[in-house]
Design a protein around this ligand. Structure first.
Ligand SMILES: [Zn+2]
Ligand SMILES: [Zn+2]
Length: 281
């Protein structure tokens, strides 16, 4: 026969309900309580899970924020590229204009020269001196053309762009912001502490003034008491003197009384003696 298990909680009832988790036996009431406790823990776990979900949602939102920072960087990059393109376009136009103006000049001069040459050839109206001039002109055109295509003739200036501090042109720094916030917080705390101390100082000063006032009043009272004490001492001395005088008078009266008493006794003795004597005789 299997021994009846006792309830591990109340030990009164027989415990027919077995928990495989903790390997304990329970009565129905305590078994229900045991299950409720576990159910409560489960509720706590779920609650914590929900809080974690909120934290994760906030993290995702901050991810969105970091995305917006990336977007800011992207748009900065686009702006800079646009500006660079605009400046390069302007430089291209400047270069084209410079090159074209030289070419146009040569072209115009060359056309005039060619027309003159053709007319001279046709009329055959030339001499050595004109042939020399024509040769000189051709040599000059060759020089001009060489000058036009020579790279040094037109120079591209990029000196300023070499000095651009690209490293610091854009940068992102969270730590500095955090440090600033911390500094601000520390500063606020210090200011708060300073205000508190200032308030305490004012209170202490007020208390000090009150105590000073009280001290002055007590000092005044002390002076009055000392004056009264002196007066009382004087009165006491006078009374002491009077007492001494009274005592002296009392002693004198006592002496007088004693003398009178002695006289009276001696009179009585004489009277009595005389009576006795008279009776005998
Ligand atoms: Zn259990
Ligand atoms: Zn029980």
């Amino acid at each position: 026969m299997a021994t009846a298990k006792q309830c591990s909680e109340c030990a009164k009832e027989s415990g027919p309900f077995h928990c495989t988790g903790c390997d304990k036996y329970f009565c129905w009431k305590d078994f229900k309580k045991h299950r409720e406790q576990m159910s409560n823990i489960m509720e706590q776990v779920i609650e914590e899970r929900n809080q974690l979900q909120e934290t994760i949602n906030i993290e995702i939102q901050s991810d969105i924020q970091s995305n917006s920072i990336i977007q800011q960087i992207d748009s900065w990059q686009e702006n800079i590229i646009t500006k660079v393109k605009q400046v390069a376009d302007k430089a291209r136009i400047q270069a084209t204009e410079l090159l074209n103006s030289k070419r146009t000049k040569i072209n115009t001069e060359f056309t005039t020269f060619s027309q003159g040459l053709a007319s001279l050839k046709e009329t055959e109206n030339y001499v050595e001196h004109e042939l020399t001039e024509l040769n000189e002109k051709i040599a000059q055109f060759k020089l001009d053309l060489e000058d036009t295509v020579r790279p040094a003739a037109i120079k591209v200036h990029t000196e300023l762009s070499e000095t651009i501090d690209w490293e610091n042109m854009i940068y992102v720094d969270q730590e500095q912001t955090l440090a600033k916030t911390q500094q601000q917080r520390q500063y606020d705390q210090l200011e708060q502490r300073y205000n508190q101390l200032q308030e305490q100082k004012n209170q202490f000063e007020q208390q000090y003034n009150q105590l000073q006032q009280q001290y002055n009043q007590l000092q005044q009272q002390k002076n009055q008491c000392e004056k009264q004490k002196d007066q009382l001492q004087q009165q006491y001395n006078q009374l002491q003197q009077q007492k001494n005088q009274f005592e002296q008078q009392k002693d004198q009266l006592q002496q007088q009384y004693n003398q009178l008493q002695q006289k009276a006794i001696s009179k009585l003795i004489i009277k009595f003696t005389w009576k006795k004597f008279h009776y005998l005789y």
